[in-house]
Design a protein around this ligand. Structure first.
Ligand SMILES: [Zn+2]
Length: 299
């Protein structure tokens, strides 16, 4: 199977956000599509890989975060492409106002620069995908693995021994270490661990991370992801317990994570790539929210 990684060069950082093309006997299949803001770069990448943008008739989304799904509507609108999404992401792709609005509350005036536009996808082109559902496109068989933890609307897409893993297998750039992207509002460590087991049980030879690219040392990678997921949640817990704000916690967290990355062999010049792919204030917000929900449940 031929899988091509398309670099979106998000915020002028290479290897920060990927889209993937899988070649099929019915033409190229797009997995992930990045935000609308980087679409020209994505299209250059698609053409450089030897495909025509107009031939993309299927877009498989791992989840509906903007860096993964922001441009999906464009392929539906211009190519009549079908867009495949988790049932819990479906209504947001059908009617993106609420999703866009909640992102706008976080990003404000940066919304256009970072993510660009998001338009509704026609319901005749939007496919709500159940766990374990199979699709046959030409010679390629695709199976959906519902994999919550990073987001409740997350799907890893399995094709034989290859898995397009989105964010559930973490973020690992270049020769660096793996870290968990932890944005609000859905982070759930226990669900994430279950999903990591789902990935293991599928026995893939390769995991393809949106941030960024192919991973083949699966067990070691997933062990390390599990460890650091707990490590980050544990780092945030005392800040949560003393009621610290996201703003007050972020500098300490950023310093902690940067040291972790440097100690893990990430070259200093790659730190902005990690921050572009996985902003530290988002992980602080997401892990604070995780602890809040967990404590509410206990009480
Ligand atoms: Zn995400």
């Amino acid at each position: 199977m031929n899988i091509h990684t398309i670099d979106q060069n998000f915020r002028d950082q290479s290897q920060s956000i990927a889209a993937f093309i899988v070649e099929s006997s019915e033409g190229p299949i797009l997995f992930e599509c990045g935000p609308h803001s980087t679409m020209p770069t994505t299209h250059e990448g698609i053409e450089a890989a030897g495909f025509k943008v107009s031939d993309i008739k299927h877009v498989f989304l791992t989840h509906i975060h903007f860096d993964h799904a922001g441009a999906a509507w464009w392929y539906a609108k211009h190519n009549g492409a079908k867009v495949y999404v988790h049932p819990r992401g479906y209504k947001h792709m059908l009617n993106p106002e609420r999703l866009y609005g909640s992102a706008k509350r976080i990003y404000g005036d940066m919304m256009d620069v970072l993510w660009g536009r998001m338009e509704a996808i026609d319901e005749t082109l939007l496919v709500s995908v159940e766990d374990g559902q199979h699709f046959q496109i030409g010679n390629i068989e695709i199976k959906a693995l519902h994999t919550p933890g990073h987001a409740v609307h997350h799907i890893a897409w399995q094709m034989g021994d290859q898995i397009i893993a989105g964010d559930v297998a973490g973020c690992k750039i270049g020769t660096g270490i793996v870290v968990p992207p932890c944005p609000p509002p859905d982070i759930n460590i226990e669900d994430w661990e279950n999903s990591i087991q789902i990935l293991r049980d599928a026995q893939p030879k390769s995991l393809w991370l949106t941030h960024y690219g192919e991973v083949t040392n699966i067990d070691e990678h997933l062990d390390r992801l599990t460890w650091i997921l707990h490590d980050w949640a544990g780092f945030i817990k005392p800040y949560f317990e003393k009621g610290a704000s996201i703003e007050a916690t972020t500098p300490d967290f950023l310093e902690y994570v940067n040291q972790q990355l440097l100690d893990g062999g990430v070259p200093k010049e790659d730190l902005p790539r990690y921050e572009a792919a996985n902003p530290s204030f988002m992980s602080v917000a997401g892990l604070m929210r995780y602890w809040t929900k967990k404590m509410e449940k206990k009480a």
